[in-house]
Ligand binder design. Structure first.
Ligand code: ADP
Length: 600
């Protein structure tokens, strides 16, 4: 177990894995003299590179007798968490001696770049992957071992909610284990911006912003069209600040010194984690879990809850890579498996409009497993039809674009192909998404100037994404508005008129067209940037019904003993529509409550 955690914590290090000798005696010498060999590939250590999500990945590959015996990653800057995909692939390559492997789910770009870098290393040896010795791995396929273990609590899903639950349960003295079906922890939390709405926080105090949990609750209810469960909303808003402080003081999460205001929030109340990314939350939670000796079992998928004759949950079954587990629980199972945004079939079942034409920002782990498992033991489901799309996503992959951070500071204008604004840029996500879907080509164009670019720290926080956008012609930087608009074939005259009007609204402090709620700055400092974007599925509001103790409620309205749920897997908290930065508050507050109560 320790080994697994150690692997996960290998994030920031340049790591080296291999079973062979790094110092190969058959390596070509300084003079380039090659040893005599009958092999197809010359023995040696070769370097290769390829571009990942965070820039160049460089590997050194050692080959002995047509077998890859070691791979050392000498340079990489992938997202912590996603970089573990390279460990997984290295193990597979060393075991099977082939590059014909599936990508690690959840880390497609990193996986592909890593495999390409290894292929490029072979190229420098004038070799191709098919020259590697074929190894028959069929004999080594062992039958899965059946394993039975007993723990006080099993947490299913290693995302933000799961870690909060496990850490609290362990702190209360329970023996806890976390199961995670993917080869990496983090889920949607890892790939999110992880901003956190907390009324009455220390930065609001400093800035003199008046706020209260009641006002936050009103915003959540309004944003969710008042179908949210007000009791659950109250729990989130009243405990949000304590949750953010707990993350800061107990878990070591660093919050930036600046607040953000997301659509639908009536004041600036959202804390921003370091780097404006969920990696700050997940990496610190992983570290804490390791310090507390909480095992995280990766590639272990929970498949079924176990109940006794009275319907009480007494364990969970799971499939590991080489083991079939039965986990018995003394106290409880806590489901924190996230939403179902990556499960097309389930999306369409509950809302036919969210079909294959809509991409997804979600982790591939968000397939609704926990919802299905809980439903089988009688859990009630709520609000399943409400599926949120995020307005500003990559038109090629559906990934949420952090370039959009500038919008949340109020700096941007969004136009259509005709060069016209069509929606309030700080409006609700669902309203904006549907408005974009209705425009020419179902796309939008977001404009900002150099001042906005700098003040939103885009280069500091998201430079890899910016490189990617430029490379794929989804982002333009130009000295004039005309040039920027022409790049995307936007109606230049209309566009210029739109920007001139907008600048006037900023000066007047009032936007008569769309009533934009924050107008901090005109758009006039060259160079100008335009990003092209589409909406994609972002969050599933519906899920398992819980009470204020995070206990799961059955279809008769009664508590299912031994079963708790927290995070995106639950329903009822956000109504029809979740406001930005309310998810982190929700998963932290209810994750902690689930862990505390389950351990009693
Ligand atoms: P939340 O924000 O509610 O914490 P996340 O999406 O961040 O949700 O995390 C949910 C985690 O649960 C993901 O890492 C996902 O891969 C994991 N998961 C989903 N289904 C299963 C399952 N059947 N068994 C184990 N882990 C699962």
């Amino acid at each position: 177990m320790k080994k697994i955690l150690a692997m996960l914590l290998a994030f920031v290090m340049v790591f080296s894995i291999g079973c062979g000798k790094q110092d190969n005696k058959n390596k070509p010498d300084e003079n380039g003299t090659e040893p005599k060999t009958e092999n197809q590939i010359k023995n040696g250590t070769y370097k290769g590179s390829a571009d990942g999500r965070g820039g160049e990945i460089t590997v050194e590959v050692t080959i002995e007798d047509d077998v890859i015996t070691a791979i050392e990653v000498v340079k990489q800057n992938e997202t912590p968490g996603l970089d573990t995909a390279m460990n997984t692939l290295t193990s597979e390559i060393l075991e099977k001696n082939t590059l014909d492997l599936d990508v690690v789910s959840g880390a497609t770009i990193t996986s592909n770049a890593f495999l390409e870098a290894v292929t490029n290393a072979l190229k420098t040896a004038n070799a191709t992957p098919d020259m590697l010795k074929k190894i028959d791995v069929s004999d080594t396929t062992v039958k899965k071992e059946d394993v039975t273990e007993t723990h006080d609590i099993v947490v299913v899903g290693a995302g933000g909610a799961g870690f909060c639950a496990a850490i609290e349960a362990k702190a209360a003295g329970a023996d806890v284990i976390i199961l995670e079906k993917l080869p990496l922890a983090g889920g949607n939390t890892l790939i999110s911006g992880a901003e956190y709405a907390a009324a009455g926080n220390w930065l609001q105090e400093k800035e003199g912003i008046k706020d209260s949990p009641e006002l936050h609750a009103e915003d959540m209810m309004k944003g969710g069209d008042n179908i949210n469960d007000p009791e659950l909303v109250k729990v989130v808003t009243e405990n949000a600040l304590a949750g953010a402080e707990w993350l800061r003081d107990e878990i070591g999460v660093v919050w930036e010194d600046e607040l953000m205001q997301f659509g639908g929030h009536s004041v600036k109340r959202s804390l921003v984690p370091k780097g404006a990314s969920g990696r700050e939350i997940i990496s610190k939670q992983l570290k804490k879990a390791e310090e507390m000796n909480i095992p995280v079992l990766l590639e272990t998928k929970a498949t079924e809850l176990i109940t006794d004759d009275n319907g009480k949950v007494i364990g969970v079954k799971a499939e590991g890579k080489d083991k079939n587990y039965t986990f018995n629980t003394n106290k409880a199972v806590i489901i924190t498996t996230g939403g179902f945004g990556s499960n097309l079939e389930m999306r369409v079942k509950y809302n036919p409009e969210i079909d294959e034409k809509i991409l997804s920002t979600n982790s591939p782990g968000s397939t609704g497993d926990g919802i299905v498992m809980a439903e089988k033991v009688g859990a009630a489901l709520v609000d399943m039809e409400y599926i949120q799309t995020y307005p500003i996503c990559d038109p090629l992959t559906g990934t949420l674009l952090y370039f959009d951070d500038a919008r949340l500071y109020g700096y941007t204008v969004i136009v259509n192909k005709e060069g016209k604004r069509f929606v309030e840029e700080l409006g609700r996500r669902d309203v904006m998404s549907m408005a974009i879907k209705a425009q020419t080509g179902s796309v939008c164009y977001e404009l900002m100037d150099q001042k906005a670019y700098e003040e939103s720290h885009l280069e500091e926080n998201h430079s890899a994404e910016i490189d990617y956008l430029f490379k794929n012609k989804l982002l333009v930087k130009a000295d004039t508005l005309e040039e920027a608009a022409a790049f995307f074939d936007i109606d230049v005259d209309e566009f210029k008129k739109t920007v001139a009007n907008y600048n006037k609204y900023v000066k007047d402090g009032k936007d008569p067209e769309f009533n934009k709620r924050s107008l901090p700055s005109t758009i006039e400092t060259a160079p100008f940037y335009i990003v092209k974007a589409v909406p994609a599925v972002h969050h599933t509001m519906g899920g398992i019904k819980i009470n204020t103790n995070a206990q799961v409620i059955n279809t008769d309205g009664k508590v299912i003993e031994g079963l708790y749920a927290a995070g995106e897997v639950t329903g009822g908290i956000h109504g029809t529509n979740r406001l930005g930065s309310d998810a982190l508050a929700d998963i932290t507050v209810f994750g902690r409550i689930a862990g505390q109560n389950a351990s009693k």
